[in-house]
Structures are given as C-alpha cells and as structure tokens.
Design a protein around this ligand. Structure first.
Ligand SMILES: *[C@@H]1O[C@H](CO)[C@@H](O)[C@H](O)[C@H]1NC(C)=O
Ligand SMILES: *[C@@H]1O[C@H](CO)[C@@H](O)[C@H](O)[C@H]1NC(C)=O
Ligand SMILES: *[C@@H]1O[C@H](CO)[C@@H](O)[C@H](O)[C@H]1NC(C)=O
Ligand SMILES: *[C@@H]1O[C@H](CO)[C@@H](O)[C@H](O)[C@H]1NC(C)=O
Ligand SMILES: *[C@@H]1O[C@H](CO)[C@@H](O)[C@H](O)[C@H]1NC(C)=O
Length: 845
C-alpha cells in the first residue's frame, strides 16, 4: 500500500513523456517557490537556486496556516514572501514565452491574505499593479466557481523576450504590505502561435495595437467550449490549461457535440495550436429553426484592447457542404463575421481552423471596472440546410497598452492645457460666456422643426457657487453614470413632447436633472442601429476625457437595460445651420458669424492638437456646430471621430470613408486616408455656408456649377466674384477686405491636396485677422469700398502657397463624387439626418 503510489509514479511519468507532444519547449522552468523539489504530474524545482534569485535575498518561506485539502499540495503548500522588492532572473532564448504565476491567497504565518498588495513587472512590462490575490480569488469564487472555498489560481502572461535573453520578474510590495508567490513557470512557445500570427480583424476599429515584440499579453480566458477541462499536461506541449465554458454561457438551450471523425491539422492550423480535445468537442445551438443567439458573457477589465481567438472544427456529420450552415458572429454586439461557413474556411469536416478578432473594451467612466465582453453567434438566413452556430474553443487575451497591463486610458489622456478663452476679453459678451457655462445648452444633429428655442430659465445659476458645484459633479474630466430611472425621470419616460431632435441614430430629448436644476439634452441611441454602439462608445471615450469651452460637454451617460443614452449640456440656440438657412430665425449679423467660425475653429484645433494623439472629427458640418445662450460655438457629435496616427512620421490613418456628403474631403474619399486636413476641408465648406447661407448641396433648380457649394465657392473666389454669392442679408455689412481675407481662408481650406491646406490654428489666425479687418473698417465708419493697406503682405505670410489658387487646370475631383452621391440617391439636402451619410458599403472603391 505504501509503495503503490511510488510504483505508479514512474509509469505516469513515462506515459506523459513518451506521448509525443506536437511542441517541445526550448525554455522550460517550473518552480515550487519556497518549497523543495517535488513531483506531481510534472517535476517542480525548488526556487532556492542562485541562478534565479539574487544572492542577497530578503525573502521568507512559509506554509499556509490552514490549507484546504482540495488545494493541490504542490506548489501551494509553500510560498515565498517578500517585504521588499525582489527579482527572479531566468536565462532564456529570444522569442515569445509564457510566464505563469501561481497564487494561493491564504494566511502565511502572520501574513494575512487580504493584506497583501504588490506589483509585478517583467522585462519592462507592468503585469500586476497593487494586486491583491485575495480579491481576485474572491471574485473568482463568487462569479465563477460559486464555491465557498478560496480558490488558488494561475495568472498567465506572454512576453516576447528580445536580445537580452533573460526574463526578469520583479515583485514589489506596496507600502507597508507584502508580496508572495507560490509557483513560477516559464515555457517557450512557437514564434508564430500568437505573435506574428494571421491577420487580426478589428471589430469597430480600423486597427489596434500590432502584436509585435513590444506588446505583452495576458491570457484572460482559455475555454474548451462544450467540453471538459483540459489539464496542462494534455495541452500540446506548452502546458496551457483549458477550462469549461459553462460559467460564461448565457442561459439558453445548447447542445454539446463530441467528435467521431479524426482531426486533421494543417499548415495554417498546426498541431500545436490546440489539443484535439478542443476541436473534438463543441457547443452548438443544435439544428434549430429558432432565430436566437448562442452567447457567452466574459467579464474583462475595461479600457484595454482584447484579442479573441475562436477555434472551430466541423464535427457534425450532417453538415457536409458549403452554404449548408452559415452563421454570424458578434463581438461586443458588433458583427465580426456575417457569413461564417466552415466549409468555406476549411477543407471540410475534421479540419480545424481559428480566427482572431480584436476589440477595444471602452472604459466609460474611467473606473476601469469589469465589463462583460459579449460573444454571440446566430444563424444566418442564407443557410441552405440548417440553422445552427457552433464553437469549439475560445481564447481571450488582454493587450498591454504602453507597456502596461494595468494602466488605464493612456491613449486618450489629454495633455494638461491652460483653459483657453475664446477671444481674449474682447467684448463683455465673452466674459459672460466664460463664467456662464453653467446651465443651459444644446444638443446635436437636430432637425430643425424639433428644436425648442428656449432660453434657459435657470439664469440664477451663474453664481460662482453653482459653478463650483458643477465642477465637482464632473471630477477630473470624468463623466457621470446615470441610472435609467434618472434618465426616465428627466424625460418623463421619454415623453414625445420632450423630443427636440431626431435622426438616424435615435431621438434627442430635452430633460431636467438634479431636481430640475439643470437642463440637459438627452440623446437616446437607437439600440437597433448597428453603428450606434460604436458611436456611443466613441463619444463617451472622447468627450469624457476632453474638456474645452469650444466642445460640447458630455455630462454623463446611461447604459442600463440595454439603453445607450448620452447626456449633454443643453444648448439653447441650436445648430449653426438653423441660423443660416433653416428655420425662421432672425438674421445672424456678420460679426457674430465670424466669431462663431473662430470659436468652432478653436474647438477643432483643440481636437487636433490638445490631446497627445490627434483626434479627427470626421463629421464637421454646420449641424454639428452648436450655439449656447451666448452664441458661443461648440463642436459636437464625436460619434464618427477617430484617433490620428500613433507613430511619428505617419500622417494619416487608413479607414473606411465616413462623413456627410457635401462636406467630405475629396482626397480622403479617394485615398481613404484620413488626416486632420480632412476636417479642415469640411470646415472650409462650413465657412462658405456661413458666408452664403445656403445648403452644401442643392439638387434642383440650379446650374451644375452651383450644385456643390464647395465648387461654387471656389469657382467664384477664383473669378473674383465671391461677393455675388454672399448672403444678401449681410452683403452690405461685410468690409471688402474682410471678405477677401475670409474668402482666402475658406479657399485655402478647400484645396484639393490636404498637405496644402492650412492647419486649424492657422485657420483660427486667418479668421481672427478677418475679424480685425472688419472691426477696423467699422471703426472708421463708411466701410464699404475701403481697403486697409498692407493686407496683401499678411496674406502671403500666412498662406505661403502662391499662385495655386488662380491656376485653372487644377483637377476637379469633386465632380466625380457629386455624381456618385446623386447616382446612389444619397444626396440629402437635410444634412442633419444620418440618412445623408455616405457609408463604406455604398461607396465604390
Ligand atoms: C535582468 O536583470 C539583469 C541583472 O540585473 C540585467 O543584466 C538584464 O539586462 C535584465 N534583463 C532584462 C530583460 O531587463
Ligand atoms: C530589450 O528589453 C529591454 C528590457 O525591456 C529593453 O531595455 C531593451 O531596450 C530591449 N532591447 C531591444 C533591442 O528591444
Ligand atoms: C449587448 O447587448 C446586450 C443585450 O442585447 C446588453 O445587455 C449588453 O450590455 C450589450 N453588451 C455591450 C457590451 O454593450
Ligand atoms: C444576436 O446578437 C446580436 C449582437 O448582440 C444582436 O444584434 C442580434 O439581434 C441577436 N440576435 C438575436 C436573434 O437575438
Ligand atoms: C507611454 O508612457 C510614456 C512613459 O510613461 C509616456 O511618456 C507616454 O506619453 C505614454 N504614451 C501614451 C500614448 O500614453
């Protein structure tokens, strides 16, 4: 009896070593920290080895005071404990390595589990930060295992080791705390397994961080979907463990399938990718006639990119050909695959395949709290034989951002900038604006008929006290999370009478929050709109981190009960367009128009240069420039915005063409390469709208030249007849040299080549100069016909591209796009509605 286990043991070892594994690690370390060399189904070394640990050790070893008998003895019956920073060093070859850290949060002599906080870093990556293993294990217990025992767990990271050929792992206890570790494992992996692998499809993003040597990964989930847990020794040689997917499955009827045919690996899916056990079992909906989804909910930390690897293999004997079973795959409620067909992806039954997807999980409120990453699959109507969807395995990785798996929102964090005032103490009007952000303001994209032109009633709230409380409400630029009840109370259960705007995205309501002390605009995104979710995320992600007097302020959001609701300051004067040619508003005087243009240009300049990465608005138009009670212009609607390029020297991002017809930069449209200069172009169109008070596209009753405002404006500028197309109501107000300057700025924004257009700060400059010319002329009285000397020199100085604008043979690319728009019936004179969008699907390449 005593010898039995000893006899058995060598056989087990023999068995597991002689079973040829598809991959044989070139680097392999397995340490029982604080303990002795020992064997389980694998051999563990003691960590008491000088080559791994510094000679001047400041650590203790200890056993847990009370180990649950169900917790494996090795490596959990001992721990190494550190009260100062401590580094393990391992010699390894260059290449990607698994690093696994084993934790059992228990009380070790006088060290209590809930008092241990520490950070772990490795080769320059921050892996864990102020980490408390007890919290992690409590989370696992309540959310995943539903047991009353404190679970032990393993954290798995992947690090690409460079020419230094070492892995250093540093444990740093938080102040007055301690760190511990039960086991450390390092295993090499094939160069092409996760790094440098196939193309990753980004969902809702045009790109993500490349998985190259400077990104480290953390495995968050590795599931043998529809199958049993697979222990490390049954992996393909890398000792990964595969868990059951049941805890993450959204309750619904599913069928698990077990394979009867052999699994045939290929060059694209080599044998080491995943064990046969993964591909030989799967979860499916079962041939069904129902239109529902097979769904998994995977809690992850928000504010990071994630890569999902989906493993598939058709093992259902009835499915034998292409088109028989086609299914859709959704990630984060966005379509990742419309037509997943295993017979299209592989040679047929028994051939495994995996697909990689990337997604960003937005951190809406800056808390970094866990959010559910949704993976859903459902039948596609094009299936010819069966309605079904299935999955065999799933791996989810968190990607380091800026060298860290723990730091949040490093991408979008704006640089600290002094708050900029619109125009320095120019008029008392502006002074009032700066003090009076409090109360009122507007909304986005409203179709005119629904705007309520209502001055804010709470004019009392401009006192400094109120101002302060408002600032408190938005601590450090973060935004507030509303409950659905607060939103419903604010809008009287989304009462029709509260609607002040509507568009393709959904409705905009006027509402009152905080005991009716604050008027807000509430945008309720249509849950059915496919684009909606991405826009919702983008808007929150950007606006919660950007604050500028010339950008519309997001107060908060609500994402309860599947609603996507955004809450903004209410803007009592509505959109710029409403005051130009829509609606029956009184005429806007020229100087006010100029000031609005300057304000909007400053808002865009801040977007382009205020954060550490440029933000490209992509949908600059007169309906996205809102006016508050003091006529301060605010740039709004960041739903289509994009981060500019990350790398220095790259000046564009490649992206699907989005925007509004009539405003869209022809160069962007043609090349699909987005730069800040695309916003400059659109802004140039807005300048012409302001000057001429007419829609950007007029379909009927005008000559061909007049259809497109951008063309029409440029043509008249070149011919020197700009004055003839100016809004009749203001043409007498405009000083001629101011008009010249303004025309010059607008024209330079509309240059065909983005590189020749001015930057937004130059546009601000040019417009401020135009305003000065106007004011100077007004001061002298009789402005008509008067010219101010020296102006042409300034002109040259500001926009040094000479001669270009009089050249007649400049290409007229824009004509082409006019044709496209009309041909597809996309031209909408109501540019405020989303129907006017040109989307990637309708644009010919
Ligand atoms: C690890 O630490 C050793 C000794 O401090 C150092 O020489 C080596 O460069 C470090 N390696 C890495 C990858 O940081
Ligand atoms: C290798 O990694 C070390 C530690 O992160 C870093 O200091 C060094 O610059 C890297 N070298 C190369 C060639 O990437
Ligand atoms: C996806 O949709 C479901 C319900 O349809 C919702 O509960 C969930 O919050 C959504 N997921 C995300 C990431 O928004
Ligand atoms: C399946 O999930 C997607 C994404 O969440 C959703 O858009 C779709 O409506 C769902 N289908 C069904 C039938 O519930
Ligand atoms: C990355 O980190 C470095 C150093 O901490 C910092 O200077 C840089 O701004 C960060 N980059 C981003 C995009 O956050």
């Amino acid at each position: 009896m005593f010898t039995f286990p000893l006899l058995l043991f060598p056989f087990l070892l023999l068995f597991s070593t002689t079973t040829a594994q598809p991959y044989k690690p070139t680097d392999y370390f397995l340490l029982n920290c604080g303990g002795a060399t020992a064997s389980t189904d694998r051999k563990w070394d003691t960590d008491e080895r000088s080559e791994f640990m510094p000679s001047t050790t400041t650590s203790f070893t200890s056993a847990p005071n009370n180990r649950d008998p169900s917790v494996p003895e090795i490596p959990y019956s001992t721990a190494r404990i550190f009260i100062t920073s401590f580094t393990y060093t391992f010699p390894v070859a260059k290449g990607p390595k698994f690093l696994r850290l084993y934790f059992y949060p228990a009380t070790y002599s006088r060290y209590k589990a809930d008092q241990s906080f520490f950070s772990v870093s490795s080769n320059g990556y921050s892996l864990l930060s102020n980490f408390n293993a007890f919290q992690t294990s409590s989370y696992l217990r309540t959310r995943i295992t539903h047991s009353n025992k404190v679970p032990h767990f393993v954290k798995e990271f992947i690090i690409y080791v460079n020419h230094t050929q070492t892995i250093n792992i540093t444990f740093t206890p938080s102040p007055e705390s301690y760190a511990f570790i039960n086991g450390i494992e390092i295993v090499s992996q094939p160069e092409y397994l996760y790094y440098k692998s196939k193309k990753i499809k980004y969902i809702g993003l045009s790109s993500g961080p490349m998985i190259i040597e400077n990104t480290c990964l953390e495995n968050i989930y590795r599931l043998n979907v529809g199958g049993e847990k697979i222990s490390p020794i049954h992996d393909t040689g890398m000792y990964r463990s595969w868990d059951q997917d049941d805890p993450y499955l959204f309750p619904s009827r599913t069928v698990t399938q077990v394979n009867k045919t052999p699994i045939v690996y290929t060059a694209d899916t080599p044998k080491y990718t995943a064990p046969e056990l993964v591909y030989a079992t799967q979860r499916s909906m079962g041939a069904t006639s129902e239109n529902r989804n097979l769904t998994w909910q995977l809690p992850v930390d928000s504010g990071f990119y994630y890569n999902l690897r989906l493993h598939f293999c058709n093992i259902i004997p009835d499915y034998t050909r292409k088109y028989a079973v086609i299914f859709k795959i959704f990630i984060s409620n966005q379509t990742a695959e419309e037509y997943a067909d295993l017979f299209y992806w592989t040679k047929g039954t028994g051939f495994p395949v995996f697909k990689d997807y990337g997604v960003f999980v937005y951190d809406f409120d800056g808390s970094g709290r866990k959010r559910d990453l949704w993976l859903a699959m459902g039948p596609n109507d094009y299936s010819e034989q069966y309605y079904d969807a299935f999955l065999n395995g799933l791996e989810v990785f968190k990607l380091s951002m800026n060298g860290s798996l723990t730091d949040r929102d490093s991408e979008l964090r704006p640089m600290v900038r002094p708050p900029s005032s619109p125009v320095k103490n120019k008029t008392p009007l502006y002074a009032a604006i700066i003090g009076g952000i409090g109360g009122a303001l507007i909304l986005m994209l409203s179709t005119l008929g629904f705007i309520v032109f209502q001055r804010v009633k709470h004019s009392g709230n401009k006192s400094s006290g109120e101002q302060k409380s408002k600032d408190n409400r938005l601590p450090s630029g973060r935004c507030r999370r509303f409950t659905i009840k607060e939103v419903k109370d604010a809008t009287r259960e989304f009462d029709k009478n509260c609607i002040i705007g509507r568009g393709g995205f959904g409705m905009v309501y006027k509402g009152y929050i905080d005991n009716a002390t604050t008027t807000v605009a509430i945008k309720r995104l249509n849950a059915l709109s496919k684009q909606g979710f991405h826009e919702f995320q983008m808007e929150i992600g950007l606006l919660s981190k950007l604050r500028h007097v010339q950008l519309v302020s997001l107060i908060g959001y609500c994402d309860d009960e599947g609603e996507m609701v955004l809450v903004y300051d209410y803007m009592s004067h509505g959109t710029l367009q409403d005051h130009l040619y829509k609606g029956n508003n009184p005429n806007l005087p020229w100087k006010r128009r100029l000031e609005i243009c300057i304000g909007a240009a400053k808002g865009l300049d801040y977007l382009h240069t205020g954060a550490n990465r440029a933000i490209i608005h992509r949908d600059v138009k007169s309906t996205n420039i809102l006016l508050d009670e003091n006529w301060v212009a605010k740039v709004a609607d960041f739903g289509l915005s994009k981060l500019g390029p990350k790398e220095k020297g790259v000046d564009h991002v490649s992206t699907a063409v989005k925007g509004t017809f009539g405003y869209m930069d022809p160069e962007y449209y043609k090349m699909q390469q987005l730069t800040e200069k695309s916003d400059v172009y659109s802004f140039g169109v807005v300048l012409l709208e302001v000057l001429c008070s007419r829609p950007v596209i007029i379909n009927r009753g005008v000559s061909d030249e007049e259809v497109n405002l951008a063309e029409w404006g440029r043509l008249n500028y070149r011919k020197g007849t700009l004055k003839e197309i100016v809004d009749k109501r203001i043409s007498d107000e405009i000083a001629p040299n101011c008009l010249m300057k303004f025309g010059e700025v607008a024209n330079s924004c509309l240059r065909m080549k983005g590189s020749k257009r001015p930057k937004m700060d130059e546009v601000v400059w040019g417009l401020e100069f135009a305003l000065q010319l106007q004011e100077a002329a007004e001061k002298r009285g009789g402005m008509v016909g008067e010219l101010i000397g020296g102006m042409s020199e300034n002109q040259e100085y500001m926009f040094p591209v000479k001669g270009e604008d009089v050249s007649v043979n400049e290409e007229y690319e824009f004509e082409g796009s006019t044709g496209v728009g009309i041909q597809h019936g996309l031209v909408s004179t109501d540019s405020s509605s989303r129907e006017g969008l040109v989307s990637e699907t309708v644009l010919p390449r």
